[in-house]
Design a protein around this ligand. Structure first.
Ligand code: FAD
Length: 478
């Protein structure tokens, strides 16, 4: 190793969507910036998460929508063309090549060092390169850890021998297994169960608890569960996996449930949570615990590290494991690093503060199932737990003209949670086909703290699903 470090103002470890955004914003603030990436520039999101999963789901949801339209439904009764769907998925991952994203880094004048980065004391990073060498980097102002997460597997004897699918396999598989068991009831589990059932697998969804999507309003999980059953998914609640074994290499997987039931499948996907990608990044050299989530303040500065030079943004800080929210943190942290380096205040920028306040109040999320689930802010239960005096307003989306035009037998529901003391919305949830694109209107209302009375003057176009806003407001007024 050449011991003289290459010195930059900012070093970013991990070039996922968050690292890219943070680096771009730091560079735009005039700071020399390098990113370190051990796999592909673009991260999990581009190659094994958001993009490929949504590329798999889009034809499934379009087909379901089309099957609700007389005049069209007879034309789409056949199965999806799975090879064509997988080929389109491959296009969206650029066939797992990152040339386009590397070109973007070049275009914004951010350097790239390929290899595994580890902290080596304050402001120091050592990169183990793919060629077997190492590069030492030093930061004048900041090191930002944006290393994301990996799929967590339950500590079950023999699980590794089964070669189970994780989210990476579920988003990159080259063919549909005949029988796929999916373990989990969260977003990744329900989205991948929806996709592979539509792509030709017989999916069995094994959910430990009694509901799907436990972090959103309960009616959302119930509606998704009903629709999954109708789509042919064998959905089992209270299914606690006790054992897994594979019948020889490439043979079937046998899953034993607590209570004695057994299930056979060709593949088993574990979608039971995420673990921080911090086990081998040198955290111990700066007084932090390897393998831990990194706790940060609202500028994404890691708490408890002397000198304020260490930042952590995106999944790795466990605030909101979503690309858009991590990119927002990346923008805020990059700008805060720039402001601090330039001796400017972090909370006095022209467009508002360089602080990721939305993480606390308005995290939007869409679950791309049929029906879609779109939620922002607090659920009714969360608002009540937070001690707010709220009114919960529900409306059946099937009674909105735009929704009924969208497809026959449209099923959907909307809820807004009104803070009665402040007269503003603190949470909104939509469930139904096509509601994902409605969500930003709710996010603007929640973040903007728009008074409910003022919302009456935001007139939704007729006949769109957005008229749900009018119906919710009418219901609220009574
Ligand atoms: C199946 C699935 C579907 C999803 N769908 C959505 C969705 O639709 N919408 C949404 O908002 N979110 C979605 N998510 C979540 C989303 O993928 C993450 O929130 C997002 O990828 C986080 O970005 P990140 O940059 O923090 O981490 P990552 O995308 O994980 O990127 C981290 C990068 O750091 C690199 N790295 C790690 N350690 C080192 C090291 N020591 N040295 C150098 N490089 C390193 C990794 O190689 C990787 O490139 C989905 C997740 C999954 C699993």
């Amino acid at each position: 190793m050449n011991d003289a470090p290459r010195t930059y103002d900012v070093i970013v470890i991990g070039a996922g969507p968050v690292g890219e955004n943070l680096a771009g914003r730091a560079r735009a603030a005039g700071l020399s910036t390098v990113v370190v990436e051990s796999e592909l520039v673009g991260g999990e999101c581009s190659y094994w998460a958001c993009m490929p999963s949504k590329a798999l789901l889009r034809p499934a949801l379009a087909q379901a929508d089309a099957r609700r339209l007389p005049g069209l439904k007879d034309a789409v009764q056949g199965p999806l063309d799975t090879p064509a769907v997988l080929a389109r998925r491959d296009y969206f991952t650029a066939n797992w090549k990152d040339d386009g994203q590397v070109a973007w880094l070049d275009s914004v004048d951010v350097d790239l060092v390929r290899g595994h980065g580890r902290l080596d004391g304050p402001r120091q990073v050592v990169v183990e390169t793919p060629e077997g060498g190492s590069v030492r980097l030093a930061a004048r102002h900041a090191v930002a850890v944006c290393t994301g997460t990996t799929a967590a597997l339950p500590p079950m004897p023999g699980i590794a021998d089964v070669n189970p699918w994780t989210s990476r396999d579920a988003t990159s598989a080259k063919k549909a297994p005949r029988r796929l068991a999916v373990v989990g009831g969260g977003v990744v589990a329900v989205e991948m169960a929806t996709a592979w059932q539509a792509l030709g697998s017989q999916v069995t969804l094994l959910v430990r608890g009694g509901a799907l999507l436990e972090r959103v309003e309960p009616f959302a999980g119930e509606m998704v569960a009903d629709a999954m059953r109708e789509a042919g998914v064998d959905l089992r609640f209270g299914a606690n996996v006790a054992s897994v074994e594979r019948d020889g290499a490439g043979g079937e997987v046998r899953i034993g449930l607590e209570g004695g039931a057994r299930i056979s499948a060709d593949e088993v996907l574990f979608a039971v949570g995420r673990a921080p990608h911090t086990g081998d990044i040198g955290l111990e050299t700066v007084g932090l615990k390897p393998g831990s989530w990194l706790t940060v303040d609202d500028t994404c500065q890691v708490t408890g590290v002397e000198g304020g030079w260490l930042y952590a943004a995106g999944d790795v800080n466990h605030r909101a494991l979503l690309t858009h929210q991590g990119k927002y943190q990346g923008r805020m942290a990059g700008a805060a690093i720039g402001a601090r380096a330039n001796g400017e205040p972090v909370d006095d920028a022209p467009w508002g503060a360089h602080v990721a306040t939305a993480d606390h109040a308005a995290v939007p999320q869409v679950v791309f199932t049929d029906p879609e689930v779109a939620a922002v802010g607090l659920s009714a239960a969360e608002a009540e737990q937070a001690g707010r005096r709220v009114q919960v307003v529900d409306y059946d989306l099937a009674h909105v003209a735009g929704a009924s035009l969208y497809g026959d037998g449209y099923r959907g529901k909307a809820r807004m949670v009104v803070d009665l003391d402040r007269g503003i919305l603190v949470g909104v949830t939509f469930v139904g086909p096509g509601v994902g694109e409605l969500l930003h209107s709710a996010t603007v209302a929640v973040v903007g703290e728009v008074p409910v009375d003022r919302l009456w003057h935001a007139v939704p176009a007729y006949p769109t699903i957005s008229e749900i806003w009018l119906r919710l407001l009418e219901t609220y007024r009574g």
